[in-house]
Design a protein around this ligand. Structure first.
Ligand code: CP3
Length: 343
C-alpha cells in the first residue's frame, strides 16, 4: 500500500482534499529557477545537466510543498535524440530541422539510439529519487506523437499546426510512419524513465484539439493506446496520465479508449461539465485557468473552490488547465494551495 496522495488518487481513491501540483511548476515565474538557468547557460543546457535539472525540479517542492514533482526536461528532447537539430530562440520558442519527406524520415536515427542523448534525463530522475521528500510523487513525461510531430514537421510551434495537417493530407504514408517512429521512441523513452525512478508518467498532447473526427481517433487516441498498452505490459503497476489538450468532446471516454488512469483537463471546458462527463471514467486532473496565477485575488479563491467542489465526488488531482506563465506571481500559487488545502 502507498501513502502517497497522488498515487492513491490515480488508483481511484476519493480523498477529502485533492493532491496538488502544477504544470510548469519549475519555470520562469520563480526567481530561483531563473538563477539556476543562468548558471546552466541556457534552457537546453539546463535540461541536460542532471544536477541542475534536479535542482529546478525540487525548487517548487521546497517552496510550496506540492504533492508531485515533475521531471524538468522538454517534450522536444526526443526529436534531438532521433537526430533532429533543436535550439531555442530567446523570446520566441523552439526551432528544429524539419521532416517533410520520406528521405528525411529515413535519415533519422534508429529508436534504440535515443538513450545516448537522453541518458542525462534518466540521471536527473535517479537523483530526484534519492533527494525528494518521501511523500512527493515523481512524475516523468513525454510529448504525445501528434504534438511532437507538429514541431518536427514545421520546425517550430504554430497556432494551427498547418504544416503537420498539410503533410497528413499530401503524404499520409510518410506522416503515419513519422507518428509510428515517435510512438516507438516514446515507449522506450518512458520505459527508461520508469526504470530510473519515475512513479507516474504523463503524455502531453498539447495540440490534440486540432485533430478532428477520424484524425483524433487515429493520431491522438491510437498512439496513446499503443504507448500505454506497451508500458503497462512492461510496468504493470505504472499509473499513466493522458493530456489531450482542448479535446472537448474527445475527453469523454478517452481514458477507456487508451487505458489511461487519469485524464488531464484544460480550462476550455468547465469543471462541472468534466465532472459529469469525464470523471465517471476515472481520475481527472485539472483545471483552474492559469491566468489566475497572474491576477490572484477573490476570483482566484472562488474559482479554486469551484474546481475542488465540482470534482469532489470522484478521484481528482488539482492542477491548472495548462502551464503557469512567466508573468505569474508566486504568492498567487501559495494562495491557490492554501485555498485547496484549507477547504
Ligand atoms: O511541467 C513542467 O514544468 C515540466 C517540464 C516541461 C517543460 N516543457 C519545461 C519548459 C514540460 C512538461 C514541457 C512540455 C512542453 N514543452 C510542451 C507540452 C506542454 C504544454 O505546455 O503545452 C510543449 C509544447 C513544449 C515545447 C516548448 N518548450 C515550447 C513551445 C517552449 C517555449 C515556450 C515558452 O514558454 O517559452 C518550451 C520551453 C520550456 N519548456 C520552458 C520550460 C520551463 C521555458 C524555457 C525557459 O526557461 O526559457
Amino acid at each position: 500500500m502507498t501513502d502517497k496522495l497522488i498515487l492513491r488518487a490515480l488508483k481511484g481513491e476519493v480523498l477529502p482534499t485533492p493532491p496538488i501540483w502544477m504544470m510548469r511548476q519549475a519555470g520562469r515565474y520563480l526567481p530561483e529557477y531563473r538563477a539556476t538557468r543562468a548558471e546552466a547557460g541556457d534552457f537546453l543546457k539546463l535540461c541536460y545537466n542532471p544536477d541542475l535539472a534536479a535542482e529546478v525540479t525540487s525548487q517548487p517542492i521546497r517552496r510550496f510543498g506540492f504533492d508531485a514533482a515533475i521531471l524538468f526536461a522538454d517534450i522536444l528532447l526526443i526529436c534531438q535524440a532521433l537526430g533532429a537539430d533543436l535550439w531555442f530562440e530567446t523570446g520566441e520558442g523552439p526551432r528544429l530541422s524539419t521532416i517533410t519527406t520520406r528521405a528525411e524520415l529515413d535519415a533519422l536515427k534508429p529508436v534504440d539510439a535515443i538513450h545516448d542523448t537522453l541518458a542525462p534525463v534518466y540521471q536527473t530522475l535517479r537523483i530526484l529519487g534519492r533527494e525528494l521528500p518521501r511523500e512527493t510523487t515523481l512524475i516523468g513525461f513525454a510529448g504525445a506523437p501528434w504534438t511532437v510531430a507538429t514541431y518536427m514537421i514545421a520546425g517550430r510551434g504554430s497556432k494551427d499546426q498547418g504544416a503537420a495537417h498539410a503533410l497528413k493530407s499530401a503524404d499520409r504514408a510518410t506522416f503515419a510512419a513519422l507518428i509510428d517512429r515517435i510512438t516507438e521512441a516514446t515507449i522506450e523513452y518512458l520505459s527508461e524513465q520508469v526504470k530510473a525512478g519515475a512513479e507516474v508518467v504523463k503524455l502531453f498532447d498539447s495540440w490534440a484539439g486540432s485533430l478532428k473526427g477520424d484524425d483524433f481517433t487515429d493520431f491522438a487516441m491510437k498512439p496513446a493506446a499503443r504507448i500505454i498498452a506497451e508500458l503497462k505490459s512492461r510496468h504493470p503497476e505504472l499509473p499513466i496520465i493522458a493530456f489531450p489538450r482542448e479535446a472537448g468532446q474527445g475527453y469523454v471516454g478517452f481514458a477507456k479508449a487508451t487505458g489511461a488512469d487519469c485524464v488531464a483537463i484544460d480550462n476550455s471546458v468547465t469543471p462541472e461539465w468534466a465532472a459529469e462527463h469525464v470523471q465517471p471514467g476515472g481520475c481527472v486532473q485539472g483545471n483552474l485557468a492559469p491566468g489566475h496565477m497572474v491576477t490572484g485575488g477573490d476570483a482566484l479563491v472562488s474559482e479554486t473552490r469551484r474546481v475542488v467542489n465540482a470534482f469532489r465526488k470522484g478521484p481528482h488531482i488539482f492542477n491548472l488547465g495548462h502551464g503557469i506563465t512567466p508573468d505569474a506571481d508566486p504568492e498567487n500559487v501559495r494562495l491557490m494551495i492554501e485555498t485547496v488545502r484549507g477547504m
